[in-house]
Write a protein that binds this ligand. Structure first.
Ligand code: EPU
Length: 301
């Protein structure tokens, strides 16, 4: 069976798009077509699809808002499972917990918590991705990270099995968790504490404003391109290696924040990857440190 036949055979209930350009689904605005893009309606719909694809040997790639992805110009074979419609956010004020779907935007989660007077999620203000991606990579800022508030996750394994995982069993570290490749954090439950809604909203506003001062926000980027190596800032290493403003085709090292690599309008995945490689080589040459990408690459580039 091919990707489309799998969708039909498994009784998939959500929306389906064929040959969908990934450039429309990544904040970098880069990427060729996905054979099939499927939007599951809920956990069961997603699990049914993943299990059928697994049995038929059809590749499934999971995406959220595509805020951390560099997708090949050749696109993605098989099925791209887009979590956009698995985006419920349920706030329980009694227990100070919030349950959110993989596709819920972090920005929505952050403001829903603040509205309900639940504190602890403000650290995520300004992070552009979804809950699923944030849980998988333990997204964070200087003021906190996902593991600080995560209680547990409903996981769909790559074979379509549904299981529960506790946060403490997920080996969270800097931008890392033990969720295996191909598994989805389909729903996540967060534990917060009581706070004052006005105070929380003020903090969120301040964090977003501070971010706009330090980082590019009105350009096509995938956020920080590289992880900060222990004891270093990636941006400083890149700056000191003389890479500020350097470009390859339509890809450029931001002049505002040198750990942001941006698409100035017509960057291909190849341009972008060449620029990443050039940055890594320059930093290695200057400092001996090998930068590790934070951006996830999909497909051969
Ligand atoms: N700065 C410069 N020049 C630059 C870059 C930064 O002067 O070219 C200054 C900034 O003005 C700021 C300071 O350096 O005062 C630190 O910059 P920033 O706050 O952006 O911190 P960072 O270590 O570069 C990390 C995360 C970001 C997150 C910020 C804020 C990593 C790799 N990045 O960046 O996360 O927003 O802290 O908490 O850990 C992301 O992961 O995509 C991301 C954007």
């Amino acid at each position: 069976m091919n990707a489309y036949e799998v969708i039909i055979a498994c009784g998939f209930r959500g929306e389906v798009k064929i040959d969908e350009p990934m450039s429309k689904h990544t904040t970098l605005g880069i990427g060729g077509p996905a054979d099939v893009m499927a939007y599951p309606l809920d956990v069961q719909d997603a699990a049914g699809l993943i299990s059928a694809a697994w049995r038929e040997g059809v590749q499934v790639t999971v995406t959220g808002l595509g805020s951390n992805l560099l997708v090949s110009d050749n696109g993605i074979r098989g099925i791209v499972l887009n979590t956009a419609n698995m985006s419920q956010v349920e706030v329980d004020e009694e227990t100070a917990t919030v349950k959110a779907g993989a596709g819920a935007k972090l920005s929505v989660l952050v403001s829903r918590c603040a509205d309900a007077g639940l504190a602890g999620m403000e650290f995520a203000a300004g992070i552009p991705g979804t809950v699923g991606g944030a849980v998988r990579m333990n997204a964070g800022t200087k003021t906190g990270e996902i593991k600080d508030v995560l209680l547990g996750v409903t996981v769909i394994g790559r074979e379509g099995n549904i299981a529960e995982a506790k946060s403490e069993d997920m080996d969270h570290a800097y931008r890392k968790s033990s969720l295996p490749e191909g598994a989805i954090a389909a729903t996540a439950v967060f534990k917060l504490c009581r706070g004052n809604p006005d105070e929380l909203k003020r903090k969120i506003k301040e964090a977003i404003a501070a971010r706009k001062v330090a980082q590019p926000y009105d350009v096509m980027s995938a956020g920080s391109a590289f992880k900060n190596p222990p004891g270093h800032f990636a941006w400083r290493l890149i700056d000191e290696a003389g890479m500020k403003g350097v470009s390859v085709g339509g890809a450029k090292v931001s002049e505002k924040h040198t750990n942001f690599l941006i698409n100035t309008g017509n960057s291909t995945a190849k341009d972008f990857k060449s620029l990443m490689d050039k940055v890594v080589a320059a930093v290695k040459e200057k400092t001996g440190i090998t930068l590790e990408p934070e951006i996830k690459t999909i497909g051969e580039i």
